[in-house]
Design a protein. Structure first.
Lengths: 512, 214
């Protein structure tokens, strides 16, 4: 399989960053928000640079030289920040793509975010290209001629573009067009594409943790001071630049034009783009059955609507004549089949129908609330040693079945977020000494918010809360991926020790 | 996760350094060589509309009478234009040869010519031929000229319907250098003077120009 080595590589990188940054600041968990932050740096520095910049064929290079050398202490640093933050965006966007691919978050119901994400990369690259063009140095000349060659290979231009970049062909009007594209046209298209990219997500975050943002900014500033961005010699359309220091993050396609006709370059870039966009169907994975609403048990409270990470649930006017004002409706096209809604439904409380079948307002056909309750009851009764521990785990993190021992039973859920907090109470009531919940690695939930919502529910910060009478010391939550088995076993061993101490203390109190 | 803060920050600093080193290096390296030290470039770049495939026909009085008064024009000119055939030779070696079809849905648009070639700098004999009319056999425009081009310079070949092929490079500076080349011969060939001959397939009268060549 192709994905497994890729996933292993990603998990190794993730582990390294977890060691040095911790899960809160791990850049791999914030690649999207980090890209947004870099856009802010680019925007602010770009606005500043626009003030002294002279947008004309004759004035552009001189004004950039002024920015770089005369006012190096502000404008020069701004220019370097503008360039290096732009380069950093390409890295974060590529890493973002790699991460989503490696962790399988590009197919199934996520196809829309993946497909709309790929053009974002091209938009970023073309934005960078027009930025380099504005300097109007030898590199800009090289880009201009190369871009014109590429444009001319398209049927709409049919050879008319390139003649703009022969001696005397470049005019201020054309320069202003590029300026307009870079300053307004392309950023607006990018904002639209970004909006499209996150359209199927709820609770979208655009700011990285402050510590990560500060660290990134300080690093960019240090690089800007140590190695300021500079230009090549002014563009001269009467001669060919001999050697160029090109920015490979943005201009990697242009050297191909020295070897291939423009049409072949188009075929390569279009082919790679289409291949990337088609990955959800080339390496497909079927999602599980979607969530189903049972109106007989739904009062339209809307907690599942608040918790759904993919905006698949809406609250609408009641249609079944029941006395409630609202009902919830699941859009199967958007549903990720994660089960977080089932965990959030107050009707998933296993104590509701002690003898009859447990029916809840919104449920997963592949693992209904009744089945979760049955598995829990069965697990507690089949454990033969003390202290009895039930480990709830998710399908995308560590396989908790690997933790099965005489005193421990693992139950796999779709996502840790589908665990109703009352099921923890239920397990303890049934005779478990402790409950451990193992979700995906912290801040890296496959379904975005499973870990976070569960932790908040346990802490009483999000409905449905774990009731106060549930003994918190008998509950342990931890994030883990497949390679983290040893770490989890060590945690589990400590947990066993704590539970034994609790048992001893309680036995002592009872005897005295 | 490390609990020792100084070690953690040190590791973070290392990570940021690697990130910035990656940016620093690939933002400007490795550099690419566009042209060798002793090379120059010839660029053929112009837009030109081929001549009409069919000549204009004068309408007869009867035909004019049938037309509404506001649409009566003496000539009926078909829109379709001829393809443009170009051949370019450097020191008698062909380096560009193309037949470009007229653009537009009705084949009535011009053609855009663009071709670049790297050559060794120095003196060369440049020959350019073009046919822009299906009604003429062989080439009806041509230019042959000894050119001298410096390393990294671009010699630009343009075309104007009235003036024929135009060479320029380095604007005035380059034009001055051309002026210093002795014995520059320019071919100005009216269509009727062009005729096919055996051998090289092309022959024309050589015209000497007095004064600085264009």
């Amino acid at each position: 399989m192709l994905v497994n080595p890729v996933k292993r590589a990603y998990l190794a990188l993730e582990s390294w960053f977890n060691i040095s940054f911790g899960p809160e600041w791990n850049p791999l968990y914030h690649l999207g928000t980090l890209s947004f932050f870099l856009f802010w740096v680019i925007l602010v520095s770009g606005i500043y640079l626009f003030i002294p910049f002279h947008g004309s064929v004759e004035g552009a290079h001189a004004s950039v030289e002024y920015i770089t050398h005369e006012q190096w202490y502000v404008a020069g640093i701004m220019r370097s920040l503008h360039r290096y933050a732009s380069d950093a965006v390409v890295i974060t966007v590529l890493l973002h793509m790699f991460k989503e691919f490696a962790s399988g978050r590009y197919r199934g119901f996520r196809w829309f975010s993946w497909v709309t994400g790929v053009p974002n990369l091209w938009m970023v690259v073309t934005l960078g290209i027009t930025g380099y063009w504005l300097v109007w140095d030898e590199l800009a000349q090289y880009i201009a001629v190369g871009s014109a060659q590429l444009m001319d290979a398209l049927p709409i231009f049919s050879g008319a573009m390139t003649r703009n970049f022969v001696s005397g062909g470049m005019t201020d009007r054309f320069f202003i067009l590029i300026e307009f594209l870079h300053l307004l046209g392309q950023p607006l298209i990018l904002v639209f594409l970004l909006w499209l990219h996150v359209k199927r997500l709820s609770n979208v975050e655009i700011n990285p943790p402050r510590g990560l943002a500060m660290g990134t900014f300080i690093a960019l500033l240090a690089l800007s001071l140590w190695h300021p961005a500079v230009s090549h010699a002014p563009a001269n359309l009467d001669s060919v630049p001999r050697e160029l220091r090109i920015d490979w993050f943005y201009l990697n396609v242009y050297p191909l034009l020295e070897y291939w006709p423009a049409r072949q370059v188009w075929m390569l870039t279009t082919g790679v783009t289409l291949l990337l966009m088609m990955l959800p169907w080339l390496l497909p994975k079927k999602d599980g059955p979607r969530a189903i609403v049972d109106l007989d048990h739904c009062n339209g409270c809307g907690i599942c609507f608040e918790d759904c990470p993919f905006d698949a649930i809406s609250v609408q006017a009641r249609t079944d004549g029941a006395r409630y004002e609202h009902e919830v409706v699941v859009d199967p096209a958007l549903c990720g089949a994660c089960g977080i809604c089932a965990g959030s439904c107050p009707a998933s409380n296993p104590f509701r129908t002690p003898r009859g079948e447990l029916k809840t307002g919104i449920d997963m056909p592949q693992l209904p609330a009744e089945e979760m309750r049955r598995l829990t009851r069965e697990a507690v009764t089949t454990i033969s040693a003390e202290p009895k521990i039930i480990v709830f785990g998710c399908e995308h993190g560590l396989n908790v079945k690997r933790l099965d021992r005489a005193d421990t039973r693992g139950i796999r859920l779709i996502c840790s977020g589908m665990l109703p907090p009352t099921l923890v109470e239920y397990a303890l009531k049934q005779g478990a000494a402790g409950v451990m919940v193992v979700g995906c690695r912290e801040n890296d939930c496959f379904y975005r918010f499973g870990n976070r919502w569960t932790r908040m529910r346990f802490a009483g910060e999000r409905k449905p809360i774990l009731r106060a009478r549930a003994e918190r010391e008998r509950l342990l939550m931890h994030g883990a991926a497949e390679p983290d088995l040893r770490e989890i076993e060590a945690e589990l061993e400590q947990f066993r020790g704590r539970l034994r101490e609790l048992e001893r203390a309680e036995t002592g109190v009872a005897q005295s | 996760m490390l609990t020792n803060k100084p070690v953690r920050y040190l590791l973070q600093a290392i990570n940021y350094s690697v990130f910035m080193a990656l940016i620093w290096y690939f933002a400007s390296a490795p550099s690419i060589r566009i042209i060798a030290d002793d090379e120059a470039v010839i660029t053929i770049a112009f837009s030109h509309a081929g001549q009409l495939r069919e000549p204009c026909r004068q309408l007869t009085q009867e035909e004019l009478n049938e037309l509404p008064p506001n649409m009566r024009k003496l000539d009926d000119c078909p829109r379709e234009r001829s393809p443009v055939t170009i051949e370019a030779l450097l020191d008698d070696e062909p380096f560009y040869s193309a037949t470009l079809q007229p653009t537009g849905l009705f084949g009535d648009g011009g053609v855009n010519v663009f071709h670049r070639i790297k050559i060794s700098a120095g003196e060369h004999l440049l020959s350019l031929k073009m046919n822009d009319s299906v009604r003429v056999d062989g080439f009806n425009h041509a230019l042959e000229r000894a050119v001298k081009i410096d390393p990294a310079q671009i010699l630009l070949v343009g075309f104007d319907s009235d003036e024929g092929f135009i060479l320029s490079g380095g604007r005035e500076k380059q034009a001055e250098r051309f002026n210093k080349i002795p014995e520059i011969s320019v071919l100005l060939i009216p269509p009727e003077a062009v005729r096919r001959v055996a051998g090289n397939g092309f022959r024309a009268e050589r015209v000497r120009r007095s004064g600085p060549p264009g």
